[in-house]
Design a protein around this ligand. Structure first.
Ligand code: 5AD
Ligand code: SF4
Length: 453
């Protein structure tokens, strides 16, 4: 009889949230979560497909886990984004896996586990237009200090950027009901959480009506109240005024002025927006199907900075997308120079089977060029981050204490509203306190200060 399970996580915050949903689903069915792979009867591998490297890492890990499986009688399930992409015959034949399940099928887990036997493997990946797991409260296992937590507000993506597998691995976009989101946030607040991050592949296209919450099917005649992302932010900020609110990821094409006004209006909404640009070249943006131009992106940033001067902005940038020339790359560097981002996430382009780019374009930038361009972006960002953080010196920042500083246990680490890491010497504070810290100096990634009250 199986009764203990372990989940190994790869990928983004969405997967972390999903793991906590799965724990709730399995616990309800009398399975016990264990934090140790060797103690588990069932091992779930929650996977990521965004770049080839993630899939290779997971494949190598499965080789190792297979050696455990042969020595013991463990059941191995692969779940999440790789589910629809891997060659299930190969993995089943080699007996690496007992079942594969997609991100919209976690409710089926208890039945599948019960129905498994030595000769039967399960793999029937179905994506849903409706599943949001809205009624399930995730069992919190990450962030042991119970200070910050994720709350998923929507699943899937309809944007179809030509480089991205997400619309294929996670399916169509659908939003969770605002009441259930608010209930979840309130419950976290009552458990002592101080900060939540609202998650969606594209939070700005969050949209819900009572009658029909699938975006595409909303009829203009519907008299039900429509809740958009700005309304949702306001609902949470107003109802839980002492909870800090973050959100991720924003899409430049969908972000509205209303969202910016709501961020400005509420003190408890953090002044930080992650706004992936992907490239600074109009030609590449078009090939990527990003649906905005460089100028429109710049105008949006200017709008944000005019309304909320202290708002921090970060980005995702991909180097070496199909046909990217040195000139396109210089456009990206120039854009960074113009905007001066607080920080960013940068990646070498990875040609993903199934995407439009894979089918129609050529992965014709060499890995050496991709890496060289990446390095230039990293170096420029490091310089900008240092300059921006240096402007905080001698200012006072409100910091939520999250835990011990990694480098020195006599120091706390926390974040300010702009999501910058702040460390300062401990006095008599505790984890979860909001404190004022005077910034004394900075590196390119951290502010170092002292508590002032
Ligand atoms: N190659 C490299 N980076 C990618 N991303 C998405 N797809 C790819 C890909 N095929 C990056 C984008 C996105 C972030 C989550 O991952 O920058 O914003
Ligand atoms: Fe992928 Fe684009 Fe959707 Fe982001 S918005 S998940 S990059 S398709």
């Amino acid at each position: 009889m199986l009764n203990t399970f372990y989940i190994e996580n790869y990928g983004c915050q969405m997967n972390i949230y999903d793991n906590e949903l799965i724990i709730s689903i399995l616990k309800k069915n009398n399975y016990y979560y264990v934090d140790n792979i060797f103690m588990a009867d069932l091992i779930l591998i929650n996977t990521c497909s965004i770049r080839e490297k993630a899939e290779t890492t997971i494949h190598n890990r499965l080789l190792y886990i297979n050696s455990l499986k042969r020595k013991t009688s463990k059941i191995i399930g692969l779940i999440g984004c790789m589910a629809r992409r891997i060659n299930s015959n190969y993995y089943f034949k080699k007996k690496f896996l007992d079942f594969i399940l997609g991100p919209d099928q976690y409710r089926e887990l208890p039945n599948i586990i019960k129905s498994l036997n030595d000769n039967r493997y399960f793999s029937n990946i179905i994506l849903s237009n409706e599943e949001t797991y809205s009624d399930i409260f995730p069992t919190k296992i990450y962030n042991r200090n119970k200070i910050t937590s994720y709350v998923t507000i929507s699943r899937g993506c309809d944007n179809m950027c030509t480089f991205c597998v997400v619309p294929f691995t996670r399916g169509r976009e659908r939003s969770k009901s605002p009441n259930n989101i608010l209930k979840e946030c309130k419950r976290l607040y009552n458990m002592g959480y101080k900060e939540i991050t609202l998650l969606g592949q594209n939070v700005d296209s969050y949209l819900w009506t009572k009658k029909n919450y699938i975006k595409k099917k909303i009829k203009k005649t519907s008299r039900d109240k429509i809740v958009n992302f700005s309304n949702l932010l306001e609902l949470i900020a107003k109802n839980i005024p002492n909870m800090r609110i973050r959100f991720c990821t924003s899409n430049p094409h969908d972000m509205s002025i209303d969202v910016i006004s709501t961020i400005k209006k509420y003190n408890n909404i953090c002044k930080y927006i992650h706004l992936p640009v992907q490239s600074g070249s109009n030609r590449i943006l078009k090939l990527m199907n990003r649906k905005y131009t460089r100028l429109e992106y710049i105008k949006l940033i200017e709008l944000i900075k005019n309304k909320i001067p202290d708002c921090a902005i970060s980005y995702d940038i991909i180097t070496g997308f199909c046909t990217e020339t040195e000139k396109d790359h210089i456009d990206t560097l120039n854009l960074m120079e113009y905007i001066k981002y607080d920080f960013g996430y940068m990646f070498c382009y990875s040609h993903r089977k199934g995407t439009y780019a894979y089918n129609k374009l050529k992965d014709d930038v060499s890995i050496e060029k991709k890496k060289k361009r990446l390095k230039e972006i990293i170096n420029l960002q490091r310089k900008h981050s240092y300059e921006i953080l240096n402007k905080y010196v001698n200012t006072i920042q409100e910091v939520l204490i999250e835990g011990n500083s990694k480098k020195d246990k006599n120091y706390w680490f926390g974040r300010n509203s702009q999501n910058t890491l702040v460390v300062f010497k401990k006095k008599n504070e505790k984890i979860g306190d909001f404190v004022n810290v005077k910034v004394l100096k900075n590196t390119s990634a951290t502010l170092i200060g002292e508590r002032i009250k």
